[in-house]
Design a protein around this ligand. Structure first.
Ligand SMILES: *[C@@H]1O[C@H](CO)[C@@H](O)[C@H](O)[C@H]1NC(C)=O
Ligand SMILES: *[C@@H]1O[C@H](CO)[C@@H](O)[C@H](O)[C@H]1NC(C)=O
Ligand SMILES: *[C@@H]1O[C@H](CO)[C@@H](O)[C@H](O)[C@H]1NC(C)=O
Ligand SMILES: *[C@@H]1O[C@H](CO)[C@@H](O)[C@H](O)[C@H]1NC(C)=O
Length: 680
């Protein structure tokens, strides 16, 4: 049933589209080639109709191919009173991406539909070498030629020509069209892939060829207009009409989209542009020029280099030294990155101080709060393990008067120690800087008691004795309530001048250093000596050693004993107290200070005893100005060149060797001294 209906419809179509008004009249229209029975078309070569679109493909993109399509009934003009025909078709020549296309399409009138003996390439499927130029060929062609063939004197590779039995065109012109609106000729590229309209009109021996892009009206002026005598080309008065196209080594897809033909002007049916099939455009593979490839490669290399650089920089910036032995200290270890962030990249304005060991920065850490980060430079790697072990030990030492050490971080050539930030600053600031209010006597005594207790804890509280090694006013920190905290314990061990760490014999600060340091090294006794010096310093408001003072006042211990000898020990008290103090306490503290700074180590009390004395739980042993060993100024420094001296301000200008003026009542006294320090 459906088949019959289809047949019926086909017949109606057929009758409608092909009309013979007289015996000679021929008229048909193809709005795409799927709409009518294409039995009326004679195809050969590679020509075929693409379904369902109905595109008439004359050539595909294979080389040396041709395709023909003829309407299978001839156009008989022999007996006609006036010879004429009118045709309008739409074609598209689509280049294969990346290749020059060839060779072109021709509208053909031919006495024979059999052009299989013709050649492709420049012959366009119309002639071969022996038939070209021969009147017996009986071919009239209008060529749309996209290759410039020198042998036929082609004008260019984008031209339209009229060929009478010969590819040597009788007339040709570069493809263009007349724009009626603009009044100028506009160029047209045949091989653009865009559909092109072609009108070929023949009347009164005049053949006109007109081109235009798809959406344009027919231009009023033809591209080619030429006298042609059809009878002389086709002596039989008959010709088949159709198309021929060919490829050579140059290839393109060549299509006819629609075609209308009539032997009379009035019968020519309009093409319905909207019904025409669309032209497939082969995907254009991205044409990458070698230059672009090189540029891309360079760009990629640059990007990689920058990324690698950033990685290396970041790694370097935050690089740390980590060794297996540190594993147990994991929780105490900080990442460099976190410290870097906490201190705002160790900015200068966050710097709290700069000393012989390194620099101290203030920082803030989430959860922890304010911190002080000390950066110590070091070269010695061997002592590091032991040192870190000690740091960690100290970190675990809990005492209410020890500045809590929170942890550490190791980098190459650097050690960072993190402790709690003490907002009150250090005691020496209160003693010697005018911008701080003077501490009252009770405050001073409380601080001394705090520090004595802390130092005692270091000496006795842990499973092993921990020495402070650098007790001095600048290492005693205060909180907001002016409570004393001992900070920086163990630091003196750490010598940034690369001295052998095992030779911790003589490090400390001038004025706080016991004489025996050079001979027998640090011990709890040397810590006691330094604490004694500190007690005197806090009470008298003077540095243990002050090179700017007159000779008799330069050494604090000596001067205190001088005061005592002259009548009153309490005369040595800090004048800034304005006489507000309890003489008994002052006397006790000064005597204890002198006892602790005895030149005879065994005469010094232990820290446990010091705590007992200073808290008045135990009476001081009897002490007199002439008790052997007390009030003896230790030489500032013995003439040992390799000796490592550390102080917060580092080594300053060396004074010339001086002969001490100390009394000669002690045989241990070394008269020849060399001063390396400024006593701070
Ligand atoms: C050229 O074509 C004609 C017929 O059109 C044929 O007889 C002849 O052999 C062909 N010559 C060559 C060289 O192909
Ligand atoms: C061909 O073009 C000429 C010049 O434009 C014109 O006079 C003539 O009528 C045209 N002939 C046909 C058949 O269109
Ligand atoms: C347009 O082209 C035609 C045919 O090639 C030529 O005869 C005519 O002079 C041209 N007109 C202009 C304005 O260039
Ligand atoms: C056309 O050609 C034929 C045969 O060559 C000749 O008889 C006729 O006169 C020509 N017509 C014109 C208009 O030149």
């Amino acid at each position: 049933m459906a088949q019959r209906l289809h047949l019926l419809l086909s017949i109606i179509f057929f009758a409608n589209l092909i009309r013979f008004s007289s015996q000679q009249d021929l008229s048909f229209v193809y709005n795409g080639f799927n709409q009518v029975p294409h039995a009326d078309l004679h195809l050969d070569g590679v020509a075929r109709i693409q379904l369902p679109g109905g595109l008439l493909q004359l050539t595909d993109a294979t080389t040396q191919k041709m395709g023909h399509a003829f309407f299978n009934r001839p156009f008989d003009f022999g007996s006609a009173s006036s010879q004429s025909f009118w045709t309008h078709f739409v074609c598209a020549l689509v280049p294969k991406p990346g290749a020059d296309g060839g060779h072109g399409i021709a509208f053909v009138l031919s006495s024979s539909m059999d052009l299989t003996q013709a050649d492709p390439t420049q012959y366009l499927g119309l002639f071969n070498i022996s038939t070209n130029g021969s009147p017996s060929s009986q071919i009239l062609a209008i060529e749309l030629d996209t290759v410039e063939s020198a042998e036929f004197d082609d004008i260019d590779k984008n031209h339209v020509g009229i060929d009478e039995n010969n590819l040597h065109s009788v007339v040709s012109a570069t493809a263009s069209y007349y724009s009626d609106s603009e009044g100028t000729n506009k160029s047209l590229t045949l091989l653009s892939g865009d559909p092109i309209q072609v009108w070929i009109d023949y009347e009164d021996n005049l053949l006109n060829v007109t081109l235009a892009p798809l959406r344009n009206q027919k231009p009023s002026k033809p591209l080619l207009s030429r006298n042609v005598n059809l009878t002389s080309v086709f002596p039989d008065g008959k010709a088949f009409v159709g198309f021929s196209a060919a490829t050579g080594s140059l290839i393109s897809y060549q299509y006819i989209l629609g075609w209308s033909f009539s032997t009379s002007r009035g019968s020519l049916q309009n093409l319905d542009i909207s019904k025409l099939p669309t032209v497939p455009r082969p995907k254009i593979p991205k044409k990458t020029s070698p230059l672009l490839v090189i540029l891309l490669v360079i760009l990629a290399v640059l990007v990689i280099a920058v990324l690698v650089g950033v990685c290396v920089y970041k790694r370097k910036k935050y690089a740390e030294v980590k060794e297996p032995w540190e594993k147990p200290y994991g929780p105490l270890r900080y990442t460099y990155k976190s410290l870097y962030k906490a201190t705002g990249g160790f900015k200068r304005d966050g710097r709290l101080g700069k000393g012989g060991f390194g620099e101290v920065y203030k920082g803030t850490m989430p959860l922890v709060g304010d911190i002080a980060v000390k950066r110590l430079s070091h070269d010695a790697e061997q002592g590091m393990k032991q040192f870190v072990a000690e740091v960690v030990t100290m970190g675990s030492l809990q005492h209410k008067n020890l500045v809590p050490l929170l942890g550490y971080c190791r980098r190459k050539g650097e050690l960072l120690l993190v402790s709690k930030y003490m907002e009150g600053g250090s005691v020496d600031q209160y003693l010697f800087q005018d911008d701080r209010p003077p501490l009252s006597w009770s405050q001073r005594l409380a601080i001394l008691r705090d520090i004595a207790s802390a130092l005692c804890h270091l000496h006795t509280g842990a499973s092993q004795v921990v020495l402070h090694r650098d007790i001095k006013a600048s290492n005693v920190m205060l909180n907001g309530n002016l409570q004393g905290f001992l900070g920086d314990f163990g630091m003196a061990r750490f010598d940034d001048r690369g001295a052998n760490l095992s030779a911790t014999a003589a490090v400390g600060t001038i004025g706080y250093m016991a004489l025996e340091l050079t001979s027998s090294g640090t011990s709890t006794r040397t810590d006691v000596y330094a604490f004694g010096a500190f007690m005197l310093e806090v009470t008298c408001g003077r540095r243990p050693f002050d090179p700017e003072m007159p000779v008799e006042k330069r050494h604090l211990v000596k001067w205190v004993v001088e005061c005592w000898k002259r009548g009153s020990l309490v005369d040595a008290i800090d004048r800034r107290l304005g006489g507000k103090f309890i003489p008994g306490e002052v006397e006790m503290v000064l005597k204890l200070g002198l006892l602790c700074t005895s030149i005879v180590p065994d005469s010094r009390p232990s820290m446990e005893q010091v705590v007992q004395y200073i808290n008045r739980h135990q009476m001081l042993p009897d002490l007199y100005p002439n008790t052997p060993g007390i009030g003896v100024s230790t030489p500032v420094l013995m003439g040992v060149p390799s000796l490592a001296i550390t102080s917060t301000s580092g080594i300053s200008s060396a004074s010339p060797p001086s002969v001490s003026s100390s009394p000669a009542n002690n045989s241990m006294f070394i008269s020849h001294t060399i001063m390396y320090g400024d006593g701070r």
